[in-house]
Design a protein around this ligand. Structure first.
Ligand code: KIV
Length: 274
């Protein structure tokens, strides 16, 4: 019987300290969502720095109208697939709704599950309320990416997918939240849907890298949902999304174009900003 020679590829993933150092040196970081092994391999080869197994999978993979129904087991499954398909990019897994809000202990147990599947960091939605949990996780060896601004898991308290941080009090709150989360040990601060000047204030207020989605150009890196930037998600396209498939003709070409546009600062352009 012929036994295929399957040499296991040992991942040499870029680490959080390395990415923080590169961002401090002025390099823009390119983050992209990813949910399976094939996209993971293509994104890795295209030079994506950080793969985010986002709970957006509830909408773009599962067809729900929000991210709320995604379970920890589903997130763990997709994290396993992305880990298997990639070897270089840093791997960040989202903590789904209901898996971390109850207590720091609950968050640690569930974060540990995602780390066991290959995640190097977990992402938690929420501002000041997540400070204690962030500190608890980081102190126990779980790197945390904070997610502030538009936090889709709170769609029903926010009253829709709306731009956040409008007006001085709301902007001041975002800056204060980011500083408190950094103090608690967050390694990245991800900011979604806010006016560019507010994201700039946050970036200037913290020393860890900031990653924006609909947060303008004055941040340390960008993230998009991969199916949005390939223009294959049938829903309404947000203002901050650019179709990178146009003019490139292949998935790999589109992702390479995204990485290049993020690194050069060409994306986001004014038309993608609030
Ligand atoms: O779940 C996700 O894809 C996200 C990004 C939109 C940042 O949280």
């Amino acid at each position: 019987m012929h036994v295929p020679n399957r040499t296991k590829v040992i991942p040499m993933r870029v680490t959080l300290p390395k990415l923080q150092e590169r961002a401090r040196g002025g390099e823009k970081l390119a983050m992209l969502t990813c949910y399976d092994a094939s996209f993971a391999a293509v994104s890795d080869a295209a030079g994506v720095d950080i793969l985010l197994v986002g709970d957006s999978l509830g909408m773009v993979i599962q067809g729900h109208d929000s991210t709320l129904p995604v379970s920890l087991e589903e997130l763990a499954y997709h994290t396993r697939l992305v880990a298997r398909g990639s070897a270089n990019a840093m791997l960040v897994a989202d903590m789904p709704f209901g898996s971390f809000q109850e207590s720091p202990g609950q968050a640690f147990r569930n974060a540990a599950r995602l780390m066991a599947e290959g995640a190097q960091m977990v992402k938690l939605e929420g501002g000041a309320t997540m400070v204690e949990t962030t500190r608890f996780l980081v102190d126990r060896g779980v790197p945390v990416c904070a997610h502030i601004g538009l936090t889709p898991q709170s769609v029903h308290t926010l009253g829709g997918y709306r731009v956040q941080g409008k007006g001085d009090p709301a902007a001041d709150r975002l800056v204060a939240d980011a500083k408190a989360l950094e103090q608690a040990g967050a390694g990245f601060v991800l900011m979604e849907a806010m006016p560019s000047p507010v994201a700039r204030r946050v970036t200037e207020a913290v020393s860890v890298p900031t990653i924006g989605i609909g947060a303008g150009p004055d941040v340390s890196g960008q993230v998009l949902v991969v199916y949005d930037m390939l223009d294959i998600f049938p829903g309404r396209k947000a203002r901050f999304v650019r179709n990178f498939m146009a003019g490139t003709g292949s998935v790999k070409g589109a992702i390479e174009a995204y990485v290049k546009a993020v690194k050069s600062g060409e994306f986001p352009a004014p038309e993608h900003c609030f």
